[in-house]
Write a protein that binds this ligand. Structure first.
Ligand SMILES: C[S@@+](CC[C@H](N)C(=O)[O-])C[C@H]1O[C@@H](n2cnc3c(N)ncnc32)[C@H](O)[C@@H]1O
Length: 270
């Protein structure tokens, strides 16, 4: 799939099938409106805090608390940040486009409030049950094993490939026939061969999403040749799956080292 150009507000070229390095609010605000069919966003969850490590724990190996600079805002800053990127996401989405946002109990409130403020329509709040979730260290609450994926539409006429969702659904009817896909999805956190490693053997990105999650979303809500945007691209999962499934894609990532990982990953895909 070659690079295609559209004209941006400042008349420079906007290329698709490309990774942009920078702040997604700034970059999207310079793009032409209504070009994107589908957005998957995995924004900062705003959960990093004091460094916490538990080396050699018995159940899952070393345990490190998320501790990233891009993931630490005050409540007011996070509310404002969520509004601003969602406002730009809405502007660049086609009128019949849809958006999926992954989140946890940490940030679901801010995201849903701002989606509603901006007039998005809620289609589903999907629960992703992580079958290999981390143990709870504090032992003062239930172990968190779920993330949520907010599925909202900008307007009417959104793409939902109902029959394809039935075909790819691992759950079958009692008779073994294809079954409607529910809003509870079960698969493990990104691990094994799929997990991109840094030179020191640790995960190259702290929150790499499993490709299985993106496959469902892209198959359900886009057609071949459609444009899929990820404004918080990280290690490039959305772009890699979009490319593999014959979609056009565009990604934005603020941190240079993650841009390099994503570019390498995309470059290695045939
Ligand atoms: C939760 S991670 C996304 C991980 C990604 N889904 C993957 O599979 O690798 C969020 C990413 O957004 C980036 N980021 C944070 N703030 C940003 C901003 N304002 N604009 C663009 N990227 C940003 C971070 O550097 C981080 O890589």
């Amino acid at each position: 799939m070659g690079k295609t150009s559209l004209v941006t507000k400042d008349n420079s070229k906007f290329k698709i099938n490309k990774i942009y390095h920078g702040d997604c609010i700034k970059i999207m605000s310079n793009w032409p409106e209504k070009n994107v069919n589908l957005i998957f966003a995995d924004p900062p969850y705003n959960l990093s805090g004091a460094k916490l490590e538990w080396r050699g724990n018995k159940t899952g190996g070393d345990w490190f608390k998320m501790n990233e600079d891009w993931d630490q805002m005050s409540e007011a800053e996070y509310m404002n940040f969520s509004y601003k990127w969602l406002e730009q996401a809405k502007r660049v989405l086609k009128d019949n486009g849809s958006i999926y946002i992954s989140c946890t109990y940490h940030n679901i409130g801010e995201l849903v409030i701002n989606l509603k403020k901006l007039g998005f329509k809620c289609l589903n709040i999907i629960t992703w049950y992580k079958s290999n979730s981390m143990p709870n260290m504090t032992k003062r609450q239930f172990t968190h094993a779920c993330e949520y994926v907010l599925y909202f539409a900008k307007g009417s006429g959104w793409t939902f490939n109902y029959n394809k969702t039935k075909q790819i659904n691992p759950e079958k009817t009692k008779e073994g026939a294809p079954k409607q896909m529910r809003d509870l999805w079960v698969f493990p956190l990104c691990q094994g061969q799929e997990r991109i490693k840094a030179h020191n053997g640790r995960a190259a990105h702290p929150t790499q999403k499993p490709e299985a999650l993106l496959e469902r979303i892209i198959i359900a809500s886009s057609k071949k040749g459609n444009l899929v945007l990820d404004p918080f691209l990280g290690s490039g999962t959305t772009a890699a799956v979009a490319k593999r499934l014959g979609r056009n894609w565009v990604g934005i990532e603020k941190e240079k080292q993650y841009v390099a990982i994503a570019r390498k990953r995309l470059g290695q895909l045939k």
